[in-house]
Design a protein around this ligand. Structure first.
Ligand SMILES: NC(=O)c1ccc[n+]([C@@H]2O[C@H](COP(=O)([O-])OP(=O)(O)OC[C@H]3O[C@@H](n4cnc5c(N)ncnc54)[C@H](OP(=O)(O)O)[C@@H]3O)[C@@H](O)[C@H]2O)c1
Length: 280
């Protein structure tokens, strides 16, 4: 009998690629913001039960999941993959608080709300919860502070959750991708227009170029599949899977070099003519 895997945010990017790849072996319960049209790309996901919800709206999440659970009392979940997310850029001192709240709501609170609502359907001793974090959960780049805050918080709460659920035999895993080619990059093109009077105008002016450069050097999104399969199938999955072109560099930057040195490197990058103020 096929096992069920829940994945949030399957319309594009990582969520879509995972849903498509895993649907040959598992039944995917996937979240979408709205119903796609009949000819949609969604038909590429072989075995899909779609659920509709807005992750920026707690009531929408509760309503959709409770309806799904009551209509499908027999479904048990093998795995829950918290994938959906947004990146809200901007200088921290100028970022509207509503934007900060939306960032935290979509990337953190909604993930925990989903875990709480679906927890009764996870199978003790077998199931896995996989949270998609980021290298931004290990290293905070300037002008991406809100996004980093959401991912650092996700890392912290996932560590605590893993240690709690170990007591019940449920494994909890973090995936930490660096740049992967998805729409998350192009969604932020034009971001500087939101801060026309910024005191960081000189730096924000380079944002579009940097986003395009990062996107073009990003790894293919399919690189996420093998680590996820390992996390799903291995009897002893790792706590964290770092997916990056230069994993050693990330480890050195985040764990071994004094942070004063890293700060100097970041500022040097910001002031250089290279389109590369995001060091990782
Ligand atoms: N791509 C990277 O380089 C990268 C690197 C590190 C970590 N990540 C993480 O990977 C995850 C997936 O990102 P991605 O790159 O695949 O981005 P993406 O292509 O933009 O996909 C994001 C998904 O989240 C959904 N979503 C966003 N806001 C939502 C909302 N309010 N309600 C419902 N659904 C919502 C989107 O649905 P809509 O289509 O309806 O907006 C989409 O399905 C995120 O958590 C991201 O932080 C990505």
């Amino acid at each position: 009998m096929k096992k069920y895997i829940f994945i949030s945010g399957i319309s594009t990017g990582i969520g879509f690629v995972l849903a498509k790849a895993l649907s040959t072996e598992f039944t995917i319960i996937g979240t979408l913001r709205a119903k796609p049209d009949k000819q949609s790309f969604i038909s590429e996901i072989l075995d899909l039960i779609p659920i509709y919800m807005d992750l920026n709206n707690g009531e929408s999440i509760t309503h959709s999941l409770q309806e799904f659970l009551s209509e499908n009392p027999e479904i048990k979940l093998f795995a829950l993959i918290n994938n959906a997310g947004i990146a809200v850029p901007g200088p921290i001192i100028e970022l509207p608080i509503a934007d900060l709240e939306r960032q935290m709501r979509v990337n953190l609170t909604s993930q925990i709300q989903i875990i709480q609502l679906l927890f009764p359907r996870l199978q003790q001793g077998e199931s896995r919860i996989i949270n998609i974090s980021s290298v931004s959960g290990l290293f905070a780049s300037p002008f991406l502070g809100a996004y980093a805050a959401s991912k650092f918080a996700l890392e912290g709460i996932t560590d605590a959750l893993r240690r709690e659920l170990m007591l019940l035999g449920i494994k909890v895993i973090l995936i930490e991708p660096g740049p992967l080619k998805t729409l998350i990059w192009s969604k932020n093109l034009g971001v500087t227009d939101q801060f026309p009077n910024s005191i960081f105008k000189k730096y924000l002016g380079k944002a579009n170029d940097i986003i395009l450069a990062t996107e073009s050097s990003a790894l293919p999104v399919e690189k996420i599949i093998a680590p996820i399969l390992h996390a799903l199938k291995h009897t002893k999955p790792k706590n964290r899977y770092l997916i990056h072109r230069h994993p050693l560099l990330i480890r050195i930057l985040t764990k071994f070099i004094p942070s004063q040195w890293v700060d100097k490197l970041v500022v040097k990058n910001l002031n250089s003519q290279k389109k590369k103020f995001r060091p990782i």
